[in-house]
Design a protein around this ligand. Structure first.
Ligand SMILES: Nc1ncnc2c1ncn2[C@@H]1O[C@H](COP(=O)(O)OP(=O)(O)OP(=O)(O)O)[C@@H](O)[C@H]1O
Length: 660
C-alpha cells in the first residue's frame, strides 16, 4: 500500500462564475523514502497540487489517502491536525517569520509537539547544527543569506518530524552552490525514510530525486523512476504532535511586541493617556469629595443635629427650615422659642449623648473703637461647632466671643486683624422681653478667636449670652437645641424622628438640620462633576480603543504572510485569534502600568503643589481605582482586538501565504 495516494484530483478556479480547470484528474501514489520531483510548465498547476497534498486547500474534487485513510478535506480541524502531524513545508521564498530569531523560527513548529521545553530546544539546536547554522541561531532572518534562510526553513520543516516534506521550488532563489547543498539535504531527508515532494522547473534539479512526475495541461503525462526509493528505517523516531498551547501564543505575542518596541511604546503611551485620564479623574473625584467632607466635618460635628422650632406644623426641607428661621427670627423671635417640654422630648430620644440649649440672634452690631460692623447671625457656642473651625485664638470662654476673619478685618484692618484677639468689642442687638416688647441689648465682650473658611460663623459663650439677656430683662429662653448622637450611623434616623415629633393637634413641632443632609447636597454636585469628568475620561478611553483597533488591523495586514506560515505549520484558527488578542491584552496591561506610573507622578506633583493651599491631598487613588483601571484596560484591549483577530483567523491560508 502506498503511503500517500491521490485519486482523480480535480480543481478549477472560478472567475465570474466561469471555470478555469487547473487539475483535470490526477492519480498518483507515493511511498516513504521517495524524493519525487514534480516538473511542468509555469502555470501548469504544480503549486495547486502541492496545496492539496499539504492539506492547505479544501476546495477540490477527488480523494487524498494517507496511510490508507481518507483525508476528509471538508473538515478543517482534521486538516489542521494533518498539517501539524504529517507535513513540513519548504518554500521558494523561505517564509521565515522576521520578528523571531532563527532558533525561535524552528521552535514554533516544536511548540506543537509533546516534547519538553529542554527537549524542544535541544532538537531545534541539533537540526540547526545539521543544516550548518549552529553559529547563527540567535540572528534574525534578515541578517542571513538566501542559502542560510532556506536551511532554517528546512530545519523548521523537519522539526516536528513530519513524514511528508513538500518543497515548492526550494532552490528557485539560490545560486548553484547553495542549490547543491539544499538538494543534498533533501536527499538526506528521503534517506531517513520520509516522503519528499519537490516542485521544480529545472530538469537538473529534478534529476537529483528518485522519481520525476511530469504535469502538463492539468494531467500527469510522465512518471519516471530514476532510482529505487530509500529503505525505511526499522524504528523511526516518533515525535507526537499536540495542539498549540495558549502559553506559546502568549510568548509569541510578547516577542512580537518587543520586536516592534518603539512603535508599540507609542501606542501604549496613547492608550495609557486614556487610562491615566480615568485614574486621575477618579482620584480627583475622591479627593474633592473627601476635602469637602473634611471641611464640613472640621466646622461641624457630624454627630450633631441642630434642632429648631417648626412654626408651620408641616414637614420642611432643610432649605425651608433655614429661610423660615431667618424670617421668624426677625419678625417674631418668640415663635422660635423651644419649651422645656420640647427639651424633655429630645432628651428621651434613643441614642442621644447630650442635648444642649442655645440662643441664636438675627441682626447685631459690633463696635471696636470708631469702627462698626453688622452681622446677620450669631449663635451661642455649642457642640455642633468644632474647635478646628477657629483658625486663630480659642473657643469663647466666659464673657468671650469668636468673630469671623472677615469681621475682624472690617474692625481692625487687613494687616492688624489678628491683634483683635484679646481686645474688647461692643456688642449690641435688638431683642424682645417676655411680653414681646422690643428691648435693646448692649454689652462688652472680649474677642477669643477668629473663625475662617466657607462656613465660618460668629459664636458667643452661652452663659455670657444668657447673662446679657437677663440683665436687660429680655426673653432668655433657648431658641435652638443641639442634639449629639452617640453614633454617626443613627444621625439621619434620629433627625427623622425629631422631624416627626408632633403636638396634640398632630402638628410637627421641631425641625432638624444635620450635616449629613448638607453633605448629601454637596455630594450630589460632586457626583455631577465626577460624572462629567468620567465622561471626558471615557471619551479619551474610546480614542484609545480605536487606536488599538487600528493598530491591530494594521498588524494583521502586515503579518498576513506570517498567518499563512503558522496555519501551514498546523496552527488552528483559534491559535491565530489568540495570537492577536493576547498581543492586544499585553498592550492594555502595559498601558495600564504606564498610566499608573504617570498618575502616581502627576498626583504627587498636584498634591504637593496644592497641599500648601488647602492642607489636603486633592488626588486620592484607592486600591479599587487601581484594580478597576487595570481590569478596564485589559477588557477594552481584548474587545478592541476581537474584530481584527477574527479577521486574521478567517484568512484563507493559501491566500495569506501568497501575500507580499
Ligand atoms: N487563487 C487563484 N485564483 C485564480 N486562479 C489561480 C489561483 N491560483 C492559481 N491560479 C491559476 O491556476 C493556474 C495554476 O497555478 P499554479 O500556481 O498551481 O501553477 P504552477 O504550476 O505552480 O506555476 P509556477 O510554476 O509558475 O509556480 C495558473 O494559471 C494560475 O494563474
Amino acid at each position: 500500500m502506498a503511503f500517500l495516494e491521490l485519486h482523480d484530483i480535480r480543481k478549477a478556479y472560478y472567475l465570474d462564475k466561469e471555470a478555469f480547470p487547473v487539475l483535470k484528474g490526477i492519480d498518483l501514489q507515493f511511498s516513504r523514502g521517495e524524493f519525487v520531483s514534480i516538473l511542468g510548465e509555469s502555470g501548469g498547476g504544480k503549486s495547486t497540487l502541492m496545496n492539496i497534498i499539504g492539506g492547505l486547500d479544501r476546495d477540490f474534487e477527488g480523494q487524498v489517502l494517507v496511510n490508507g485513510q481518507v483525508l476528509d478535506h471538508a473538515k478543517e480541524k482534521q486538516l489542521d491536525d494533518y498539517r501539524r502531524a504529517m507535513v513540513g513545508y519548504i518554500y521558494q521564498s523561505y517564509n521565515l517569520i522576521s520578528h523571531l530569531t532563527v532558533l525561535d523560527n524552528v521552535l514554533i513548529a516544536l511548540d506543537m509537539t509533546t516534547l519538553s521545553r529542554e527537549e524542544r530546544r535541544a532538537r531545534a539546536l541539533k537540526l540547526l547544527d545539521q543544516v550548518g547554522l549552529s553559529e547563527q541561531v540567535h540572528k534574525h532572518p534578515n541578517h542571513l543569506s538566501g542559502g542560510q534562510k532556506q536551511r532554517v526553513a528546512i530545519a523548521r520543516a523537519l522539526a516536528s518530524d513530519p513524514q511528508i516534506i513538500i518543497a515548492d521550488e526550494p532552490t528557485g532563489a539560490l545560486d548553484s552552490e547553495n542549490t547543491q547543498e539544499v538538494l543534498a539535504l533533501l536527499d538526506n531527508i528521503a534517506k531517513d525514510g520520509k516522503l519528499v515532494i519537490a516542485v521544480t522547473h529545472s530538469q537538473e534539479v529534478a534529476d537529483h530525486g528518485t522519481r520525476i512526475v511530469h504535469l502538463a495541461d492539468g494531467k500527469i503525462d510522465g512518471d519516471q523512476r530514476l532510482r529505487p526509493a530509500y529503505p525505511i528505517p526499522a524504528a523511526p523516531t516518533v515525535i507526537k504532535p499536540k495542539q498549540l498551547p495558549a502559553t506559546a501564543s502568549y510568548r509569541m505575542a510578547f516577542k512580537h511586541l518587543m520586536y516592534n518596541f518603539w512603535r508599540n511604546s507609542l501606542i501604549m503611551l496613547g492608550t495609557a493617556i486614556g487610562i491615566f485620564a480615568v485614574l486621575l479623574f477618579s482620584g480627583l473625584g475622591n479627593g474633592i469629595n473627601g476635602y469637602i467632607q473634611d471641611q464640613i466635618n472640621s466646622l461641624t460635628n457630624p454627630r450633631s443635629i441642630t434642632v429648631l422650632k417648626n412654626p408651620t406644623g408641616k414637614r420642611l426641607t432643610q432649605d425651608q427650615v433655614q429661610s423660615a428661621l431667618m424670617q421668624n427670627m426677625a419678625a417674631d423671635p418668640q415663635s422660635m422659642v423651644l419649651s422645656n417640654g420640647d427639651f424633655n422630648r429630645l432628651a428621651k430620644l434613643a441614642d442621644g449623648a447630650s442635648v444642649e440649649k442655645g440662643n441664636m440672634i438675627g441682626g447685631y452690631r459690633l463696635n471696636y473703637g470708631k469702627l462698626q460692623q453688622s452681622g446677620t447671625n450669631m449663635t451661642t457656642w455649642n457642640k455642633s461647632v468644632t474647635a478646628s473651625s477657629i483658625k486663630h485664638g480659642h473657643r469663647p470662654g466666659n464673657n468671650e466671643i469668636v468673630l469671623t476673619k472677615q469681621q475682624a478685618i472690617q474692625l481692625a484692618g487687613p494687616r492688624s486683624y489678628r491683634q483683635l484677639i484679646g481686645k474688647q468689642v461692643k456688642l449690641s442687638f435688638n431683642w424682645v422681653n417676655k411680653q414681646g416688647a422690643p428691648v435693646a441689648i448692649e454689652g462688652t465682650v472680649r474677642v477669643a478667636g477668629l473663625s475662617e473658611g466657607a462656613s465660618a460663623g460668629t459664636t458667643i459663650n452661652y452663659a455670657t449670652m444668657q447673662r446679657l439677656l437677663r440683665q436687660h430683662d429680655a426673653d432668655a429662653r433657648p431658641n435652638f437645641a443641639v442634639f449629639v448622637a452617640k453614633k454617626l450611623s443613627t444621625v439621619e434616623s434620629t433627625a427623622n424622628q425629631i422631624n416627626n415629633l408632633r403636638n396634640g393637634q398632630n402638628e410637627r413641632i421641631l425641625s432638624a438640620i444635620t450635616v449629613g443632609s448638607v453633605l448629601k447636597t454637596v455630594n450630589t454636585y460632586v457626583r455631577l462633576a465626577s460624572t462629567i469628568l468620567a465622561a471626558i475620561a471615557g471619551i479619551s478611553l474610546l480614542v484609545s480603543v480605536l487606536m488599538i483597533i487600528v493598530t491591530m488591523y494594521m498588524s494583521v495586514s502586515e503579518r498576513t504572510k506570517e498567518i499563512g506560515i503558522l496555519r501551514a505549520l498546523g496552527e488552528r484558527k483559534k491559535d491565530i485569534r489568540r495570537l492577536f488578542t493576547s498581543e492586544s491584552i499585553f498592550i492594555g496591561l502595559f498601558s495600564a502600568i504606564l498610566a499608573l506610573g504617570i498618575v502616581a507622578v502627576v498626583s504627587l506633583i498636584l498634591n504637593h503643589a496644592l497641599y500648601g493651599l488647602i492642607k489636603y491631598n486633592i488626588v486620592q487613588l484607592t486600591v479599587g481605582n487601581v484594580i478597576f483601571a487595570v481590569v478596564v484596560a485589559v477588557i477594552i484591549s481584548f474587545i478592541a482586538a476581537l474584530l481584527p483577530a477574527r479577521h486574521a483567523a478567517k484568512l484563507n491560508p493559501i491566500d495569506a501565504l501568497a501575500a507580499d
